[in-house]
Design a protein around this ligand. Structure first.
Ligand SMILES: [Zn+2]
Length: 488
């Protein structure tokens, strides 16, 4: 007897979109069938007629339970929301897996004085999430500062452990938090070495690419001119910086053969570099944050406007339009949020370019916002929507085909979305540990109404019915095809 049949929904698979029943046994999808053909003897039948059945959402970029720099908040000991809260918000937003970060960013590690082995750092991070997450989770491994030879020596075992992707910064600011703090930026020579090693063992690079010289130069210039108000932050983390940094990274990628996943693409220049790299056959992929599809730098000037800020910086209307176009035509691959949830007090404390706090609570709103912006307003197909909210992240970051697809053998992770549900986002409807939302008053058409994780309903009828012990760490292995050419 089947454990579960999800009956009568419009099921989105890589091959078709149409009314189908989906059969689940244990934690896995075991069959898809014409309506009514699978339901006869299932233990549980969930009728989802009129709803869209999507693969569970994958949030490829989240910072959960990490310290927020005091330079951004004016106080010590502020943390982003813990795994219970972030994964609860994720579950309500149709997300079944998020990718967070592990890494040793201690002062000693950055100075190369002493460091924890990667595998130990990964295990410590798993310990933070184990029995504290409603959804599944994985980690990019952050490598920062000058890359010590021991770090290079551990890349292989981290990949064998199931890490799959390594995150780096080409810029010191914004993570630079005190004048004597060692830099997180990785110089080109060190990048060359790291990229080569990651390529050799089948990993992919997740890159925060900004040009450190431009960012430093503009920071100093605006301060000198008395123009360093927070609402000018896009003039520091600017279009030229993205252009130069993306080109530098794609050249290094070409020389080393490594695959690149550009996190938070913000500018038309970034989209263009990705387009050219892909046309040249390089395995280069881009991520757009969901609020970059809506806001522009003009919104920074509104009262409390820097609430929308996440690094690098929200740019101009033509940049926003380029991101949307890239999502629609395939130059960009994924939507994400750079989830980094605090309360409004610390978030809005800093009002200068040097003190603006990055991040916001986005993990719950990504799928409904992307649905109206891309499907309702721009006519994106449901298959492409599944790609940009789940499948592509799974493929590029090594979760596929366990995650990111509705087909027999894959995990029974689903986001059930009601396309007719009109909803105005309000804080009282959201589930993060926070007291503001940049989406307050935003009108959605189409909203997740049920979330299923490995065959278990975790959110239904507006209620959390999963448990914080449900989530599991997921090992990742990036497919050769993804690393050989643009394949998502
Ligand atoms: Zn981030």
């Amino acid at each position: 007897m089947l454990d579960l049949v999800i009956r009568g929904g419009r099921v989105v698979t890589p091959y078709s979109v149409g009314e189908m029943d989906v059969a689940v046994q244990g934690e896995k999808i075991v069959a898809l069938g014409w309506p009514g053909t699978l339901a006869a003897d299932a233990q549980r039948v969930i009728d989802v007629q009129g709803k869209i059945v999507l693969p569970g959402g994958i949030e490829p970029h989240a910072h959960v339970g990490v310290p927020v720099p005091p330079a951004w908040t004016g106080q010590a000991d502020v943390m982003t929301q813990p795994p219970e809260a972030a994964s609860r918000a994720a579950a309500f937003g149709g997300v079944t897996t998020f990718i967070d970060f592990a890494g040793d960013l201690s002062r000693k590690a950055l100075l190369g004085q002493s460091r924890r082995p990667m595998l130990e750092t990964i295990e410590r991070r798993r310990e933070v999430f184990r029995t504290h997450s409603y959804t599944d989770y994985a980690f990019h491994y952050i490598v920062a500062g000058r890359v010590q030879p021991e770090v290079i020596g551990e890349v292989r075992e981290a990949i064998e452990e199931g890490i799959g992707s390594f995150k780096i910064f080409t810029v010191n600011n914004p993570v630079h938090t005190a004048p004597d703090q060692p830099s997180v930026r990785i110089p080109n020579g060190h990048l060359w070495s790291l990229f080569s090693e990651v390529a050799k063992h089948g990993g992919i690079m997740a890159v925060h690419a900004e040009d450190d010289d431009i960012v430093s130069y503009m920071s100093e210039k605006l301060q000198r001119e008395g123009r360093d108000q927070g609402h000018n932050i896009h003039l520091v983390h600017n279009n030229l910086s993205e252009d130069l940094a993306f080109r530098n990274i794609t050249r290094l990628a070409q020389h080393t053969g490594v695959g690149i996943y550009f996190v938070h693409v913000t500018a038309k220049e970034g989209v263009k570099v990705i387009e050219e790299a892909r046309q040249a056959g390089l395995p280069v992929y881009g991520e757009a944050l969901h609020h970059y599809l809506q806001f522009t730098c003009d919104d920074y000037k509104k009262p409390g406007g820097t609430a929308i800020h996440t690094y690098p910086a929200i740019k101009f209307a033509d940049d926003r339009d380029a991101l949307i176009a890239g999502m629609l035509d395939g130059r960009l691959a994924t939507t994400a949020t750079d989830e980094y949830t605090t309360f409004k007090g610390p978030k809005l404390w800093g009002d200068r370019i040097a003190t603006v706090c990055g991040g916001h609570n986005g993990i719950e709103t990504r799928i409904p916002v992307a649905f109206i912006k891309l499907v309702v307003e721009r006519g994106m197909s449901l298959q492409r929507f599944a790609d940009v909210t789940s499948t592509n992240a799974a493929k590029i970051l090594g979760l596929y085909p366990k995650k990111g697809v509705i087909q027999p053998g894959s995990d029974a992770d689903f986001c059930i979305l009601d396309p007719n549900l009109k909803k105005t986002i309000s804080l009282s409807d959201l589930h993060a540990d926070s007291d503001y939302s940049i989406w307050e008053g935003f009108q959605c058409q189409g909203y997740p109404v049920m979330t299923i994780l490995r065959g278990k309903v975790i959110v239904a009828n507006g209620k959390l019915v999963g448990s914080a012990t449900d989530g599991q760490w997921v090992r990742r292995q990036v497919a050769n095809e993804i690393l050989a050419k643009p394949a998502a």
